[in-house]
Write a protein that binds this ligand. Structure first.
Ligand code: MTE
Ligand code: MO
Length: 218
């Protein structure tokens, strides 16, 4: 025990987040010449890609369920979600089908603020996302916690449209866009990595565009 007294679960979680945040900030900073990842080309429009079922969710019927390895599991309705701190982010997006789109303005709840609320347990190092269309995808908690990651409800100042995942989708801009679940409904914290839909169908477990992690090597 230190002079500052016993470390509570809360301070331990927050301290760990501060450490990981620092680490991530260093890791995702890239030189300007490296802005377009290998094998990508720029588009000005924003293509729509999904499994073909675009669920229609009224905000009154919407909820986000946080489950698994967290100190504070929650089910947030639309109002509760909007009472969380709201953030703005600017980021580039990169789709595995080789298009990239620069300078997207997002508004919503940063994953940092969500993590502050739910407080992941020490051994919960992976995330499995489930969406209203049945889609699933997985990523490491360290990547979910990236400074640029946001649970987005608006794009370019307008509510996120249904075809792009409205009313709310995840954006993790430093990974290929298939990790950015549209119509997000559930976030599960796991000890081990569990493959989602595309990951079970040959896509990479991480999906870093700068390392061209498109498909798994097997
Ligand atoms: N719920 C859900 N999220 C999803 C998908 C999906 O089928 N369902 N497709 C993923 C894939 S493969 C891509 S490339 C991006 C496309 O997002 P966009 O249509 O907004 O460009 O969404 C990702 N998120
Ligand atoms: Mo995709």
């Amino acid at each position: 025990m230190t002079d500052a007294g016993p470390e509570t679960k809360l301070t331990a979680s927050k301290r760990r987040w501060a450490e990981q945040g620092k680490f991530l900030t260093g890791r995702i900073t890239r030189p300007q010449t490296d802005r377009l990842p290998p094998g990508q080309h720029l588009v000005k429009n924003w293509p729509v890609l999904d499994l073909g079922q675009q669920p229609l969710i009224q905000p009154s019927e919407w909820s986000l369920h946080i489950v698994g390895g967290v100190e504070n599991p929650v089910k947030l309705d639309w109002d509760a979600f909007h009472r969380l701190p709201q953030s703005n982010k600017l980021s580039d997006i990169h789709c595995v089908t080789t298009w990239s789109r620069y300078d997207n303005r997002w508004q919503g709840v940063s994953t940092h603020d969500l993590l502050d609320l739910v407080m992941p347990m020490r051994d919960a190092n992976f995330i499995l996302l489930t969406s209203y269309d049945g889609y699933t995808t997985n990523l490491p908690l360290a990547d979910f916690a990236s400074e640029d990651a946001i649970l987005a409800t608006a794009w370019e100042g307008e509510p996120l449209t249904r075809d792009h995942g409205g009313p709310m989708r995840l954006i993790v801009p430093h990974l290929y866009l298939w990790k950015s679940a549209k119509w997000l409904r559930r976030i599960e914290f796991l000890v081990g990595d569990q493959a989602g839909f595309w990951e079970k169908n040959g896509y990479h477990m991480l999906g870093d565009p700068w390392r061209e992690q498109r498909y798994s090597e097997d």
